[in-house]
Design a protein around this ligand. Structure first.
Ligand code: SF4
Length: 253
């Protein structure tokens, strides 16, 4: 194996249980260019920051927990936005796959482009990626821009590209009152996701306020101050419109 690649991480979680199948070692990469109003990790945004680590060092750290992964578990790389450090991901996942470890990428898709050099690198990354958790933050481009400060065009393109390739994905959608929690938007999202051929799971993540203190600590104004998490009824409504129960492929893997 060639020289390990250097990356910048925010933190790790030894026993993650929500970012992919089974028990997982989750790495939160440093750096993100989106600015989601509901972000609960604004401390990962700064691209120049984080802890420097090599892919081999991260692998060795992850391997300490291998005994807990069972058949389904493995490693997940999340963020921040991990695709901003695609060279590091390729090298880390390559090392993981050489050891038979299940790899999951948790991404908002923002860096995706068909332009080079990114696209070829992304293709290479897919060779070592078992599962992608892709966030679709808003189906409407104008609303997406307001909510995240970025277009959804290339993100939807990524979803379609992964569908064509048959790359397994879980789609995740944060349900935010006054932002994405409108039947019209949910219906459009439902239609879009139904057109994809590779969705093993479709999850509604109710907006929560657990990261608000971080915005305060960082001195960044928090625009959703007045918004409460969605009610149980609205979450059930979203699940019904999005037909999330029909995406059961993840149970078979
Ligand atoms: S993409 Fe993720 S890390 Fe980036 S701002 Fe949005 S929620 Fe936060």
């Amino acid at each position: 194996m060639s020289e390990p690649v250097v990356g910048y991480i925010h933190s790790t979680e030894s026993f993650g249980s929500v970012d992919g199948p089974g028990v997982r070692f989750v790495t939160f990469m440093q750096g993100c260019r989106m600015r989601c109003e509901f972000c609960h990790n604004p401390d990962t945004w700064n691209i120049g920051g984080g802890k420097k680590i090599t892919s081999q060092e991260l692998l060795e750290e992850a391997l300490r927990y291998r005994a807990f992964w069972g058949k389904k578990g493995g490693v997940t790389v999340s963020g921040g936005e991990p695709l901003l450090q695609v060279d590091f991901l390729i090298d880390f996942f390559k090392r993981c796959k050489a050891m038979g470890i299940h790899t999951t990428l948790d991404s908002c898709g923002m860096p995706f482009t068909y332009d080079e050099p990114f696209f070829s690198k992304f293709e290479e990354l897919l060779e070592y990626t078992d599962l992608i958790l892709l966030d679709i933050k808003h189906i409407d481009d104008e609303q997406h821009k307001k909510l995240t400060a970025w277009t959804n065009k290339n993100i939807l393109q990524l979803a379609e590209y992964l569908s064509e390739k048959g790359q397994p994905v879980w789609i995740r959608h944060v349900l935010v009152p006054e932002r994405s929690d409108y039947d019209e938007y949910l219906e459009r999202l439902s239609e879009f996701v139904a057109g994809l051929k590779n969705v093993l799971k479709f999850e509604v993540l109710p907006y929560h306020r657990l990261g608000v203190y971080k915005w305060k600590n960082l001195g960044i104004p928090y625009k959703l101050e007045h918004i409460e998490p969605p009610t149980k009824e609205r979450v059930a409504n979203a699940n019904r419109i999005l037909r999330t129960q029909e995406y059961k492929g993840y149970l078979e893997v």
